[in-house]
Design a binder for this molecule. Sequence first.
Ligand SMILES: [Zn+2]
Length: 92
Amino acid sequence: MSQSYSPPDTAFFHQLWEAQSGCCALCGRPMPRSRFEVAHATIWKKQRPTFDHIIPRAAGGPDMADNLQLAHAICNKRKGKSQAASVGRDRT
Ligand SMILES: [Zn+2]
């Protein structure tokens, strides 16, 4: 058993999932809903749906529903990296 094998099973997660039709907010491609929809655990690890902060926390984005969307773990990570770089530069 591992909680990383299934997405967060909360009403909020389902709400976002429905609103986005199960697609990643960053790349627009469908996300697997559970580990068993993909062939390998490594694929699940990269493609599993994760909560993404629209305005990153590093830039002062709130930890609230309005600021959250669902994205592939890999897209979320990629975005986090590129934004961390620009946030660092733009910070006054
Ligand atoms: Zn994606």
